[in-house]
Design a protein around this ligand. Structure first.
Ligand SMILES: [Mn+2]
Length: 260
């Protein structure tokens, strides 16, 4: 299993400064976060190519997520959201990443009145993202997201219903399994058991089961020995991407020891 690092922890740093310090960390995989100061553009794509090509470092891209809701019940807002995500795919494809990670849609304020509408729009947008990804040969993955936010896909049961509704398109949609998020609803083992074959990318960070703290690996209540052993059992071949906001060095050291 390769160790990776998400640039989430340095999202407050200018892109070029962040890229320079990553060079020294010594991981095999980097996840770029297409947001804020790090939003992808031609200049940043060139910088990434210059920095990482030929070094044996694989890449992934986290799609924009701030103010992004693929299940928006407002056609105007949904159009803007999809436009932003498609732009992200276009730049990402130039980096030939292992995958592009997006968040599922969010329940709307009119959900109670318009039952199932946000669920249906979430499906429609997912089909549309899959079609767009196909144009670029880009692999896209949906992430399990945390409580208590009103996302449509947080639990194993919701993912089951989602894949059932996606039909054949679901075969082309992998899961980015976020271990920290699954810890909050107590479904780490259930997720790995139920969706082992669909998990193509993994985010690791810790918490105490109460809120999405994005702590360093080993700084919360997750039993990482158990997690690593469960992930080995499903023959996982992707990267283990550290997505904590701090304790980066410690997280990487802890995982290196566990993977020995
Ligand atoms: Mn994540």
């Amino acid at each position: 299993m390769r160790l990776g690092l998400s640039m989430l922890f340095c999202l407050g740093e200018p892109f070029s400064t962040a890229i320079k310090c990553l060079d020294k960390i010594g991981v095999d995989h980097i996840e770029i976060v297409d947001e804020g100061l790090h939003a992808l553009n031609s200049r940043r794509v060139s910088m990434l190519k210059r920095t990482f090509s030929g070094k044996g470092i694989s890449l992934s891209v986290h799609a924009p997520f701030a103010d992004i809701n693929i299940a928006s019940t407002s056609p105007t807002i949904r159009r803007a959201v999809m436009k932003r995500l498609k732009k992200s795919m276009e730049f990402s494809a130039q980096l030939n990443p292992e995958c592009w990670v997006f968040h599922p849609g969010i329940r709307s304020a009119v959900s109670d009145a318009l039952r199932n509408l946000d669920w249906e729009i979430n499906l429609k947008s997912t089909h549309e993202l899959l079609r767009e990804a196909e144009k670029y040969g880009l692999r896209i993955t949906v992430e399990n997201v945390p409580e208590p936010f009103p996302f449509l896909l947080k639990k194993v049961k919701e993912f089951e219903r989602f894949y059932e509704a996606l039909g054949e398109d679901g075969l082309n949609l992998g899961i980015t399994f976020d271990v920290g998020h699954a810890n909050i609803n107590g479904e780490i083992n259930e997720f790995i058991k139920r969706f082992g074959s669909k998990i193509v990318h993994i985010h690791v960070h810790d918490n105490n089961g109460d809120f999405d703290a994005h702590l360093g690996v080993g700084f919360g209540s997750i039993n990482w020995v158990e997690v690593i052993s469960a992930v080995k059992k499903i023959n996982y071949r992707g990267a283990l991407v550290v997505e904590s906001k701090g304790n980066i060095g410690e997280s990487i050291q802890t995982l290196k020891k566990l993977l020995k």
